[in-house]
Design a binder for this molecule. Structure first.
Ligand code: ADP
Ligand code: MG
Length: 235
């Protein structure tokens, strides 16, 4: 509990700073990127073009960090919108499929046709799924067997829906598992360590919870549980 309070405090401070800085940083970044792209069109030398591509890539990464910061700064409580998680996954499918194709990952999908809608913020829930999928794909880089499984289930007994993101990646050690969700915790060279922090926060704001099962060397499974209010049920 003390850890949790400490995390919350840390997040509050981070959030306040982010809210003030993010917009100020975005504008100059946009112009830096624009001019870098313009320069790219004028460069003939391949080596220089490569350097410029690195610059642009790093600008994109900086933008990602700012985006994560902003999500932490503005944890808006979910509005009254009704979200169909199957539909939401379908919307993301072109993006997910192209990433899987590019990285030679088999995609397995399993959608419960009886999935009820839930009240929530579609953009935030999309961000959660993308964060989990991104981590799953990264964990499978260079692995022999690469399968990404996305599944939805309706659990009528507990009145919840369950969304599963499973990978056959590196898995996690108990030490890493324990630290999941801690702000800025990352094991990656270019990681922000904010993806899961933001995701857990969003699910919490939706009244849900996250379960993680992972086996080092075998893969990981993230399970999201989201409550279905009586009015959201299909009959
Ligand atoms: P980042 O991806 O920027 O490192 P995250 O908050 O998304 O930040 O994840 C934190 C850490 O949790 C990762 O650096 C990684 O060590 C671990 N992790 C998260 N998801 C997975 C996964 N599917 N497989 C293996 N490790 C994972
Ligand atoms: Mg991540």
């Amino acid at each position: 509990q003390q850890d949790l309070d400490h995390n919350r405090e840390k997040l509050a401070v981070v959030g306040q700073m982010a809210a003030g800085m993010a917009h100020e940083l975005r504008n100059p970044l946009t112009s830096v990127k624009g001019f870098a792209q313009l320069l790219g069109e004028r460069l003939a030398d391949e080596k220089n073009k490569e350097y410029l591509n690195i610059i642009i890539r790093e600008i994109d990464r900086t933008n990602e960090i700012i985006r994560d910061f902003l999500l932490l700064a503005r944890p808006r409580s979910p509005r009254g919108e009704l979200v169909d998680l199957n539909q939401l996954l379908n919307d993301l499918l072109p993006l997910i499929e192209s990433q899987c194709l590019l990285t030679e990952v088999d995609l397995v999908r399993c959608q419960d046709p009886a999935l009820p809608v839930i009240p929530g913020e579609p953009d935030q829930l999309k961000q959660v799924l993308l964060n989990l999928i991104h981590n799953a794909l990264q964990a499978m880089e260079g692995r022999e067997k690469k399968t990404l499984t996305l599944a939805t289930h309706y659990l009528p007994d507990s009145g919840e829906i369950k969304v599963v993101v499973r990978d056959t990646g590196t898995g996690m050690s108990p030490e890493v598992l324990k630290r999941l969700g801690t702000p800025f915790f990352t094991t990656k060279d270019a990681g922000t360590g904010l993806g899961l922090t933001v995701s857990y926060r969003i699910i919490e704001n939706h009244g849900g919870r996250v379960e993680v099962e992972s086996h080092a060397g075998a893969g990981s499974e993230f399970r999201l549980y989201l409550p279905v209010p009586p009015s959201g049920q299909k009959h």
